[in-house]
Write a protein that binds this ligand. Structure first.
Ligand code: SF4
Length: 418
């Protein structure tokens, strides 16, 4: 089975004979830490950390969330990517897709000569162009079983940066498939992580999955389970998130729920309980264990950042800025939460604060960014909350704080900070 092979950690056999799948870096952590710090760290953010996440600048208060920015999985992925570049200065190095969902980080890796095989940063090369001496980095979200099989066929050395929390979800859905349960995954079917997770299920005979994006889609599944919606409607609405050969009548009898690690945790819990209620109604509470399983697979970093934005919201901000890639799932959920409390904007970096009147931002329920005016409240004193997603460098957060204060006409005390 491809998965079994991929989970082996075949270590380096010397530079020329290097092959296999490397999961533990190259022992160069110290050597690359300075470069990583210089690319992504921020003295401004350090200043806030040393001042209880709070600064008052004239009549402007800035509150930095308790938990923000790079998570442990992103730290590891970036560290491995930099180590790989350092270890193989002369080799061709590729990424199967964005290493994480942050444009600044992906751009920096491009500058370091890493080439992308897919996605919006894709260069001139495809899988067919790969040679055995090439190095391919798998991103923090992981890669599908098929992608890994293709890469192994070409004989490339794989540097696997898949986050441990993602692998935890894989184990969960694999167990569901082994036990004859369909994996219902709360996630986005086009997201790299969910594609990788769902592909695990298909390694097992009879393994199936169904991806639901939100409560609305789950409601439809529940109606089908209760016999109140026809299978055709389900296939029409959710077909893109179904495994090949999925038959609702056969494959929604025994289900196990899991989530993409970066979803809104409260919604994931509701989705699980909606499905449980529908199955209990259909098959009886006394038989529920034969039909339903659930494990919350939201990662702790996602949960911590969501808790911290709630805390910020409850403090009563006039404005919240959420910084991170527009395609970052966990960042999108932070803005969704922040918007419940106050005026809130999701921006990618400081350059999106175009002027005191104009901002470029993305609403959590829209696909594309847009421009808005009158975003910066004139009221004083002004309380501004700041956070960044799990893939947002501190550098972006620090630069945003400086830009904000500048637009407010305030001179920060940390003038020497970058
Ligand atoms: S958000 Fe969670 S699952 Fe994703 S890389 Fe970070 S720690 Fe891992």
């Amino acid at each position: 089975m491809v998965h079994r092979e991929a989970s082996e950690d075949l270590r380096a056999r010397g530079d020329s004979g290097l092959s296999g799948l490397i999961r533990h870096g190259f022992g160069l952590k110290k050597e690359v830490s300075e470069a990583i710090g210089s690319d992504y760290q921020s003295d401004v953010v350090e200043w806030f950390r040393n001042h209880d996440h709070f600064g008052r600048f004239g009549e402007v208060e800035v509150h930095l969330a308790r938990e923000f920015g790079f998570c442990y999985g992103v730290d590891k992925a970036i560290d491995f990517a930099y180590q790989t570049r350092r270890r193989f200065p002369d080799r061709r190095i590729f990424l199967t897709a964005e290493i994480i969902h942050n444009p600044g980080v992906n751009q920096r890796l491009r500058e370091l000569g890493v080439q992308f095989l897919a996605g919006r940063y894709r260069g001139e090369f495809s899988y067919d162009d790969l040679r055995p001496e090439d190095i391919v980095i798998l991103p923090a979200f992981g890669a599908t079983v098929e992608e890994i099989a293709q890469l192994r066929e070409r004989g490339c050395t794989l540097v696997d940066t898949t986050c441990g929390s993602v692998i935890h979800v894989w184990k969960r859905v694999e167990k569901y498939a082994q036990d004859g349960f369909t994996a219902v995954i709360h996630g986005k079917y086009s997201h790299e992580e969910t594609r990788a997770t769902s592909s695990r299920v298909l390694q097992f005979p009879g393994g199936h999955y169904l991806i639901v994006r939100d409560k609305k889609q789950t409601q439809l599944v529940c109606e089908f389970i209760r016999g109140k919606a026809p299978a055709e409607v389900l296939v029409e609405k959710l077909g893109k998130g179904m495994s090949p050969g999925f038959e609702p009548a056969r494959h929604l009898v025994r289900i196990g729920v899991a989530n993409q690690t970066t979803m809104l945790s409260s919604e994931s819990l509701e989705i699980a309980s909606m499905l449980r209620a529908a199955l209990a109604e259909r098959y009886g509470e006394e038989h529920i264990d034969e039909h339903f399983r659930s494990f919350d697979t939201i990662c702790s970093a996602t949960q911590d950042r969501q808790d911290a934005i709630h805390e910020l919201g409850r403090k009563g901000m006039d404005l919240i800025l959420v910084i991170g890639g527009f395609n970052s799932s966990n960042t999108t959920h932070l803005i969704e939460i922040a918007s419940r409390y106050t005026r809130a904007y999701h921006i990618e970096d400081a350059s999106d604060l175009i002027s005191a009147n104009e901002i470029r931002h993305k609403r959590w329920d829209r696909q594309e960014p847009e421009r808005a005016t009158d975003w910066l409240p004139a009221k004083r004193p002004l309380r501004v909350g700041i956070t960044g997603g799990a893939s947002t460098p501190n550098r972006s957060i620090g630069q945003t704080i400086l830009r904000l204060l500048d637009l407010c006409g305030v001179s920060p005390r940390f003038a020497e900070a970058k």
